[in-house]
Ligand binder design. Structure first.
Ligand code: KIV
Ligand code: ZN
Length: 494
């Protein structure tokens, strides 16, 4: 029998504190519904006293979702708690998350008070919140650096005052997994009334240990994990939901969650799009390269048996398939596999010849696509190949941006002109018009390689069509040109 771990999602609160990731109420509702579908148990919808926008979002999220508990964050202050009570008015199931500092660093140097006064405040806040809601979670901020005996006293005191959940945050991402795990173990063993509440783990990623610490806490007795989608959060972020949920599923640690893992990737994409925060390509589970194989030895192993190089089936988390990327490091097995997918069967001798040609081209390019292979094989392309012949974009503050594009579609010139809300929008609209291919732009990322103003701009794009995702890449000293190349690269893969 496995123990259930309650999944407390704080993407809309700790996640939303990231600069540039602010969401409006409509976006928060869309995310809250997606989180409900994903199967999270608690949604921390915001910090209502912090702004009227946050307050309104909690009200609207409370109306929009019915399954998960809706939680609002407060300090241990009357105005905050009153405000949270008001914001949670429409929530079917509600929780107030109040708390204060627990480390001497916070008590003496932030709150400028004493341990005894902090305990009094903790009891007061819990008791006050309890007047309004049954479910009160107390956070012992900076518990990662708190004195263990004092932390145990604080946990015991707030449980006596009525806390149903006690959060032990590693606020600064300081702990080692063993230390954090032992902290939870100590609390489980030394707090006399620990059976009256659930311990919660809330870890930050400053040393890249958030997920490891979360797992250490759960293995040692915590039964709630506080996480965000894509690990988004202040500074280096929070524990990522997808990593923890998949670890719990993949390892026999006697734990389970109610996460519907098939929804992981679609929710990850939604967060990336609405929060405008791209996921690093090598991010576990949801990064662009998480299921992409490029070296010859790995590709060969994958083609023999996927499990040789994958511990998760990408389809389980909502990613359509693993990728075998054809590059100069690919071997014959990968080339043969891709050619067979294109309907080309070769004898061993013909494959050797094709492989030589493939390597010649691959040495000049970053990646080899189906169209390139068909050309290598002297077969006609599928008619989908699109290349830029001409692109001119005018933009300025006084008028809408305007893009004119001429494409070469298998030797034929086709052109279009479009206006847009900025040069990127105008260029993409012109490409959509000229190709007639309408897709959804999921991710758009521009990077400078060395940082100088004369630098080469690299653009990564992700588009989706009919639930499938395609990547495109382009580079140029002109970032708009790089954008057009990347967009066409993605469309060419459709
Ligand atoms: O990291 C932290 O300590 C927090 C608390 C406010 C729960 O986010
Ligand atoms: Zn936090």
């Amino acid at each position: 029998m496995k123990d259930k771990i309650y999944v407390f999602d704080t993407t809309l609160r700790d996640g939303e504190q990231v600069p540039g990731c602010q969401l409006n109420t409509i976006e928060k509702i869309e995310i809250a519904k997606a989180l409900e579908d994903l199967g999270v148990d608690i949604i921390e919808a915001g910090f209502p006293i912090s702004s009227p926008g946050d307050f309104k979002s909690i009200v609207e999220v409370s109306k929009a979702v019915s399954e998960p508990v809706i939680c609002a964050l407060t300090r241990a202050v009357k105005e905050d708690i009153d405000c949270a009570v008001e914001a949670l008015k429409y929530a079917k199931r509600k929780r107030i998350h109040t708390g204060t500092g627990s480390s001497d660093q916070h008590i003496f140097h932030k709150l400028k008070t004493t341990r005894e006064a902090i305990l009094e405040r903790a009891v007061w806040a819990t008791t006050y919140a309890k007047n309004f809601v049954e479910d009160v979670e107390f956070y012992c901020e900076d518990a990662g650096r708190a004195d263990l005996e004092f932390l145990a006293r604080m946990v015991e005191t707030v449980i006596t005052a009525g806390a149903t959940v006690v959060n032990i945050p590693d606020t600064t991402g300081y702990c080692l997994p063993e230390v954090y795990g032992n902290k939870i173990k100590y609390l489980m063993e030394h707090v006399p009334n620990i059976d009256k509440a659930i311990l919660s783990v809330h870890c930050h990623n400053d040393l890249g240990l958030a997920t490891a610490n979360t797992m250490a806490g759960l293995i040692n007795g915590a039964r709630q994990m506080e996480v965000t989608i894509n690990g988004i959060g202040e500074r280096a972020g929070n524990t990522s939901l997808e990593e923890s949920a998949m670890i719990i599923r993949n390892h026999d640690v006697g734990l389970k969650t109610d996460i519907n893992i098939k929804k992981i990737y679609p929710v990850s994409r939604l967060i990336t799009r609405l929060m405008r925060m791209p996921v690093q390509p090598n991010k576990a589970i949801v990064g662009r390269n998480a299921f992409a194989h490029s070296s010859g030895i790995h590709q060969d192993g994958m083609l023999k048996n996927r499990e040789n190089y994958e511990i998760i089936d990408p389809r389980d988390v909502g990613i359509p398939e693993s990728l075998i990327v054809l590059t100069a490091r690919s071997g014959r097995a990968a080339l043969k596999h891709r050619l067979e997918k294109l309907g080309v069967e070769l004898s061993k001798e013909d494959l050797d010849v094709a492989y030589e040609k493939f390597l010649e081209l691959a040495d000049q390019r970053k990646e080899i696509f189906d169209e390139d292979l068909l050309q290598i094989m002297n077969l006609q392309g599928t008619g989908r190949i699109l290349e830029i012949d001409y692109l001119k974009v005018e933009c300025g503050k006084d008028k809408p941006a305007r893009a004119k594009i001429i494409l070469n579609k298998n030797g034929k010139h086709i052109e279009a002109e479009e206006e847009g809300n900025g040069p990127v929008d105008a260029t993409i609209k012109a490409i959509t018009k000229v190709t007639g291919v309408d897709v959804r732009l999921e991710e758009y990322l521009v990077q400078a390689i060395t940082g100088g103003s004369d630098d080469l701009g690299k653009v990564h794009i992700q588009i989706s069509k009919d639930g499938n995702f395609y990547y495109g890449f382009g580079s140029d000293t002109d970032t708009i040109h790089a954008t057009a190349k990347a967009y066409l690269d993605a469309i060419n893969k459709l």
